[in-house]
Design a protein around this ligand. Structure first.
Ligand SMILES: [Zn+2]
Ligand SMILES: [Zn+2]
Length: 352
C-alpha cells in the first residue's frame, strides 16, 4: 500500500496529520499532486462546527491546484503527466432541472464537491474521478501563474456570481460588511463592475488596516462608528444600492436593510453556523422600500472561467494571500483567520 500525508478531520475541532492510503487512479480519472489548497471560510466552519455532508474521518479542501502525476488509461482528452492545473471543485450532474435551466448549474441537485462528497485536497495527492474531467472541471494553468495565487479563483467565482445576481453596476454605492478574503474580492469585483463608492466595514481594526488596497473608497470600523449613518451621509441621505454581508453572522442583516436605498439589494453572502441559522429582519422596511434580499451560494462554470481569466490578466491583487503555511499547521491557520491576522491562508502539503 502506498501512503501519503493527509490532514484528516476526526471530529469538531479535531484534525490529525497522519499517513493514509494514497488514492488509486481510476481508469477514467487522474491523480493530482496537490501544490496549494486554499483554507476557505467554509473549511473553517466545517472544522469548527462540522458540516452536514462531511462524515468523519474526512479529508476536506476544495480550492485545489497541483500537478497531474497519473492519468487513467481511458482518459481521452489531451492531458499529460506534469500538466499544472486548477480544479473547479463543483461537479454538476448535467441532467437535473438546475443543470438544464439557464445558469443555475451551481445549484445542481446532485452536485458533487471535493471535500464534501469526495475526498478533497488537504492531502499530498487527490483523486480526480472521470466525471470531474469529462465535464471540463480541470483547467490548465500557464507556467507564469503561481499555484498559491490561482486557488483564489473558486472564491472569486462565487463573488462574481453574487454580484451578477445583485446587478452591481456603474456608479453604484456598494457596502461590504466583513473584510476577510470574500470581502476583499467583493471590493475588487465591485470596482471592476464600475461601482464608484465602495465601503468596507469590519469590527476588527487589525484586519481593516490591511485591506485598503483592494478597492474600497471608505473603510469603517463598524464596532466604533455608526455605519448606517456614514453610508447615508456619503449617499446624500439616500442609502446604498447594494449591501453585501460577507461575514458568518446574522447581526449585520438588519443593519444592512437600514442603510439601503429604496429598491436596494441585500446579499446574505456569509453562511451561518448550522446550529443557529436564524436572523431577524424588519418586514415593513422590506415591504415599503421594496428591498430585495439575495442568497449567495455557488457559481456556474462560466463564473469560474471569468475568475480564472481575471487572475491570469492580473486584475486581482495577489496580496490577498497573506499566509502560505504547511498543511499540518491548518489549525494555526484557522486561528490566524479567526483573530483577523490573515486575509487568505494557503496550505502547502509539501512544505515542512
Ligand atoms: Zn472556497
Ligand atoms: Zn444537476
Amino acid at each position: 500500500m502506498e501512503t501519503m500525508k493527509a490532514l484528516v478531520l476526526t471530529g469538531k475541532q479535531q484534525a490529525e496529520y497522519i499517513d493514509v492510503e494514497k488514492p488509486v487512479c481510476a481508469k477514467d480519472g487522474m491523480i493530482l499532486k496537490i501544490e496549494a489548497v486554499g483554507l476557505c471560510g467554509s473549511d473553517v466552519r466545517t472544522y469548527v462546527h462540522g458540516h452536514s455532508k462531511v462524515k468523519y474521518p474526512a479529508i476536506i479542501g476544495h480550492e485545489n491546484a497541483g500537478v497531474i502525476v497519473e492519468i487513467g488509461e481511458e482518459v481521452k482528452a489531451d492531458w499529460k503527466v506534469g500538466d499544472r492545473v486548477i480544479v473547479n471543485p463543483a461537479i454538476p450532474c448535467g441532467k437535473c432541472y438546475y443543470c438544464t435551466h439557464d445558469d443555475m448549474s451551481g445549484l445542481c441537485e446532485i452536485l458533487s464537491v471535493y471535500g464534501n462528497d469526495i475526498p478533497g485536497g488537504f492531502a499530498q495527492y487527490m483523486a480526480i474521478p472521470g466525471v470531474g474531467i469529462e465535464k471540463g472541471q480541470i483547467i490548465r494553468i500557464p507556467d507564469e501563474i503561481d499555484f498559491d495565487e490561482i486557488i483564489i479563483v473558486e472564491l472569486l467565482a462565487s463573488v462574481i456570481k453574487s454580484q451578477e445576481h445583485m446587478r452591481v453596476s456603474l456608479g453604484d454605492t456598494v457596502v461590504i460588511i466583513g473584510s476577510g478574503p470574500i470581502g476583499c474580492l467583493h471590493a475588487q469585483i465591485a470596482k471592476l463592475r464600475g461601482a464608484t463608492k465602495i465601503v468596507m466595514a469590519d469590527i476588527n481594526q487589525e484586519r481593516l488596516s490591511m485591506v485598503g488596497k483592494f478597492g474600497a473608497t471608505h473603510l469603517v470600523n463598524s464596532g466604533q462608528e455608526d455605519l448606517v449613518k456614514i453610508v447615508k451621509e456619503i449617499t446624500n441621505g439616500r442609502g446604498a444600492d447594494v449591501v453585501i454581508v460577507a461575514a458568518p453572522t446574522a447581526e449585520p442583516h438588519q443593519q444592512g436593510l437600514e442603510m439601503l436605498r429604496k429598491e436596494g439589494r441585500l446579499s446574505m453572502f456569509g453562511g451561518l453556523n448550522k446550529d443557529n441559522p436564524w436572523t431577524k429582519l424588519d418586514a415593513n422596511l422590506i415591504h415599503y422600500n421594496r428591498l430585495e434580499i439575495h442568497g449567495a451560494y455557488s457559481y456556474s462554470f462560466a463564473n469560474f472561467m471569468q475568475g480564472f481569466e481575471l487572475v491570469l490578466a492580473g486584475k486581482i491583487n495577489k496580496d490577498i494571500v497573506t499566509h502560505k503555511i504547511p498543511l499540518k499547521d491548518m489549525p494555526e491557520g484557522v486561528k490566524l483567520i479567526q483573530a483577523g491576522k490573515a486575509i487568505k491562508v494557503v496550505l502547502k502539503p509539501w512544505m515542512e
